[in-house]
Design a protein around this ligand. Structure first.
Ligand code: SF4
Ligand code: MG
Length: 333
């Protein structure tokens, strides 16, 4: 499949101006992220809250102007397009947020909400649009009559279906799902994930699926990117990342996934020390060294780069874990 999106060394820094008594500071929310997404592919983007993944999602859609780096969509450099130039591209790139309640206007009927993108982009006559709204409702598993009702009359899962109907209305090529199932019960999560997968198949959609939990993206992602403090620390084929994680942070995230079988205890759980450090003053060297059980002096000084040491499975660690061997120092650390 051809490449749809490519981002190169995206940085998103926010400056907070100081006052008379304090100095301003810079928040390194996204700190040099590169990856590409093919047509119809799902990339899972995973990390703890505060790691910059939502900011990155918004930078890709140019809801913020990136501080540095480049964004290519279908080969075209869109990094510095004006708001007006971005308008037509908005049809191609959509976002679904975590909390459907906040993103759906409570004073509008569901019909008005789903019809809005057509109106904004001047597509279709009112009669046609009403028909499309009904088709979209059916596509996402809601009754046609939902068009006359208001968002608050629906459950969380149904509201997320409404959000999805609106997001796919203009037949986008890319949807960024920002924690789109995190607020839902596990059984409802599965239904929404299945709906997204079905739509993806039907519409050849590419998805960037942002989640804080690796278990959520496991079944739907072709590739997974693990993010820590503004940087990607591991990126590769989803199965490979799950079966043979190379970065200690990925290992720790994976070890935290609960095991369904109550007879088996998760004895390999890796507990990370401390909290995610502040993106205002990220640690020198490897950003992860303050919490990494394997950190050495080198890690405190030298920044590891994200490189693929075999195939296209990349990690940003001086001492990546391999299947065959655990380096001696790991046992000492
Ligand atoms: Fe840990 Fe060092 Fe690898 Fe960073 S570079 S993850 S501190 S072993
Ligand atoms: Mg977030």
């Amino acid at each position: 499949m051809p490449e749809l999106l490519r981002i190169e060394n995206i940085k998103q820094h926010f400056y907070s101006g100081g006052g008379i008594f304090r100095k301003g500071y810079t928040i390194h929310a996204v700190d040099g992220v590169s990856f590409s997404v093919k047509q119809g592919e799902t990339l899972g983007l995973v990390g703890e809250s505060g790691c910059g993944k939502s900011t990155l999602g918004r930078s890709i859609l140019k809801l913020f102007e990136p501080t540095a780096g480049k964004i290519f969509f279908e080969g075209r450099d869109i990094t510095h397009l004006s708001v007006k130039e971005m308008r037509s591209l908005r049809q191609e790139m959509q976002i679904i947020f975590q909390d459907p309640t906040e993103s759906l206007n409570s004073r509008h009927t569901v019909g008005m909400i789903i019809e809005e993108p057509f109106i904004i982009h001047g597509i279709g006559k009112p009669v046609e649009r009403k028909l499309w709204v009904k088709e979209l409702l059916i596509k996402v598993g809601l009754p046609e009559s939902a068009a006359e009702r208001y968002p608050h009359e629906f459950s969380g899962g149904q509201r997320q279906r409404i959000g999805i109907a609106r997001a796919v209305a203009l037949k986008p090529k890319l949807i960024i799902c920002d924690e789109s199932v995190s607020a839902l019960d596990v059984s409802v999560q599965a239904q929404i994930l299945n709906l997204l997968l079905a739509l993806q198949q039907e519409m050849k959609l590419a998805l960037i699926f942002i989640a804080h939990d690796l278990s959520v993206v496991k079944h739907i992602s072709d590739r997974v990117a693990v993010m820590y403090l503004g940087k990607i620390v591991e990126l590769g084929n989803a199965l490979e990342v799950y079966n043979s994680p190379r970065h200690p942070y990925t290992q720790a995230l994976l070890s935290a996934i609960p095991i369904a079988d109550p007879r088996k205890r998760n004895t390999n759980r890796i507990m990370l020390k401390g909290e995610l450090p502040s993106p205002i003053n990220p640690p020198k060297g490897c950003h992860f060294h303050t919490r990494c059980p394997y950190a050495t002096d080198k890690c405190k000084k030298d920044k590891p780069l994200l490189v693929a040491k075999a195939g296209d499975h990349a990690d940003a660690c001086h001492y990546p874990l391999t299947n065959q061997s655990k380096p001696e120092f790991r046992q000492l650390a």
